[in-house]
Design a protein around this ligand. Structure first.
Ligand code: AMP
Length: 223
């Protein structure tokens, strides 16, 4: 039981998805990823998915009013009563302020930021493969390839590349990150909550660093 929200920040390709999946499994709380939620909506062809898709395909942020409500409905769910790991939210200052208000008085939170140089991000994104059956199953064509090409080791699902992982859209996503999401890092740094984590290491080393950053913010050992 953690009764705490872990906010995981970092640019596209920094390993947020991989690390959040592992942390949430260990802590026994849900991994709440706004990007995954939108991709599910897109696959299901919902109105929200279609509206969000226009922004996602070009690497821009989906407007706050579409994101924030979806997020708050999700974390209001029964399975989030003991905490959750947030991945991909907040992405700008206004979302950070909405989150602060939503958490105030009820939740403590810890904020970790994965730091990775741009050239490494580009390399990681260029080879990234996701499983259609479970977005938590993530591979890399060179660094952590599946045993059988195109097939998820864990569940046999088909592996695919994200539409927005192509080089032009990646350039826009990195630009958006610097223009809008970097302010979120400053926001948490200013109120003393930010725990920087060196994300330019192997996944196990990053996880160890993340775990101790989060423990330093009062998450109980062993979850
Ligand atoms: P991600 O899977 O976190 O890389 O997100 C993929 C895309 O979904 C982003 O490039 C945005 O277009 C959209 N998205 C995800 N989370 C947010 C958010 N909190 N605010 C705005 N757009 C978002």
């Amino acid at each position: 039981m953690i009764d705490q929200v872990v906010i995981l920040l970092g640019p596209p390709g920094s390993g947020k998805g991989t690390q959040a999946t592992r942390l949430s499994a260990e802590l026994g709380v849900p991994h709440v990823a706004t990007g995954d939620m939108f991709r599910t909506q897109m696959e299901e062809g919902t109105d929200l998915g279609q509206r969000a898709g226009r922004y996602m395909d070009s690497g821009r942020l989906v407007p706050d009013e579409l994101v924030t409500e979806m997020l708050f409905v999700r974390v209001d769910g029964e399975d989030c009563v003991e905490g959750y790991v947030l991945d991909g939210f907040p992405r700008n200052l206004s979302q950070a302020e909405s989150l602060d208000q939503g958490l105030e008085g009820r939740w403590s939170s810890s904020v970790a930021s994965l730091e990775v140089p741009d050239e490494v991000l580009v390399e990681r994104i260029a080879g990234r493969l996701l499983c259609r059956e479970d977005s938590n199953h993530i591979y890399h064509a060179s660094f952590s390839p599946p045993k059988v090409e195109g097939v998820c080791d864990e569940c046999g699902g088909e592996l695919y590349r994200r539409e927005d992982d192509n080089p032009e859209v990646v350039a826009e996503r990195l630009y958006v990150y610097r223009e809008q999401t970097a302010a979120v890092i400053t926001h948490y740094a200013q109120d003393g909550r930010l725990e920087p984590v060196d994300g330019n290491q192997g996944p196990d080393e990053v996880y160890r660093a993340l775990r101790s950053a989060v423990e330093g913010s009062d998450v109980e050992e062993g979850g």
